[in-house]
Design a protein around this ligand. Structure first.
Ligand SMILES: [Zn+2]
Length: 325
């Protein structure tokens, strides 16, 4: 890893401070307790996180039990075998091909970010006396990687490997609002990972013949955006049981008004054989519900993602509902 030096690290799709961190790591210059002791400017301290072993970079980032808890989660999310751990320790993660559901660039960026977050937690424990929270590291790193890819325009072509199914799974929540007096409808959706990270949220409006018609349009809008981003959703959640029943048991005689939209939804479902739909209580669908109301007032399509401007109410609602961008 050291041989190919800075070029290899420079290509990582992560912020500059993380590149510098990886460079120090690759060149054995991370100022761990053991490093400082070896250059005679510190005492021989044990691992800041577990206190059981000398604090080398190898131990701290790859072998400490706290670090391993993060790597286990990341491997599961990336769909990587746990034997991949050895490629972390010897630095091959910077050069190897990842046999996972995500692009190599994304997997590499994620690994660099997790290592950097572990290092940050360690430093905060020493210098700010803050309590380490390891359970948040994988989702924070994931959000930073997603953020960086999104802001720099790598998201669509570089996040996933196209046809390989998404690991972790992708979920779609959709909802509609409909005013029986005017026929005006709003559609809202969020597309999330199963770790509650929102990849895309959207809202739009139109006129619809009924509330079920509006719900079907909301589902269709969400699936259209999965398709255009080359994402394969595995779950579709709606709080409208009637709309889901209609997709399941379409009858041309009773539901002729909705025939076009149902056929269009079904065409999406054929390309994602793993996609199933489920009814959720309204409480679990509050973000899509609010987006639907937003859509009825702002009928032009609005899309919200990491790195783009988002209304404050949406961020507040997401964090109170346990989602994040
Ligand atoms: Zn340790």
């Amino acid at each position: 890893m050291v041989g190919r030096g800075w070029n290899l690290i420079w290509k990582l799709l992560v912020p500059p401070r993380v590149k510098i961190f990886v460079w120090k790591l690759a060149h054995g210059k991370l100022p761990t307790g053991n490093y400082l002791y070896n250059i005679n400017i510190g005492p021989d301290t044990s691992c800041t996180l577990c206190g059981l072993f000398p604090e080398t970079a190898d131990h701290l980032l790859w072998h400490c039990r706290w670090a391993i808890s993060c790597w286990d989660t990341i491997f599961t999310w990336l769909g990587l075998d746990h034997s991949f751990h050895i490629l972390l320790c010897n630095g091959s993660w910077l050069t190897c091909n990842f046999l996972c559901a995500f692009s190599c660039d994304f997997a590499r960026a994620l690994i660099a970010l997790v290592a950097w977050h572990i290092w940050t937690v360690r430093c905060h424990k020493i210098f700010r006396h803050s309590l380490p929270n390891f359970s948040q590291i994988p989702s924070k790193a994931w959000a930073s990687a997603h953020d960086y890819f999104s802001v720099h325009g790598f998201l669509c072509r570089n996040l996933t490997r196209g046809l390989i199914p998404f690991h972790p799974a992708l979920w779609v929540f959709s909802d509609a609002a409909w005013d029986p007096l005017t026929g005006k409808a709003g559609f809202g959706f969020i597309i999330t990972t199963n770790r509650n990270i929102i990849l895309l949220a959207g809202a739009a409006g139109d006129t619809c013949a009924s509330s079920i018609d509006a719900e079907l349009h909301a589902i269709h809008l969400a699936l259209t955006h999965c398709c255009s981003n080359n994402w394969s959703p595995s779950k579709l959640y709606s709080d409208c049981r009637c709309a889901l029943d209609l997709i399941d048991n379409f009858n041309n005689v009773t539901a002729w008004r909705s025939a076009d939209i149902i056929h269009s939804i079904k065409r999406f479902t054929y390309q994602w054989p793993d996609l199933t739909w489920e009814h959720v209580p309204r409480d679990f669908n509050c973000v899509a519900d609010s987006l639907a109301h937003f859509g009825s007032l702002n009928p032009q399509i609005s899309l919200f993602a990491q790195g783009r401007d988002r209304p404050r109410w949406l961020d507040d609602l997401c964090s109170s509902s346990n989602f994040s961008f």
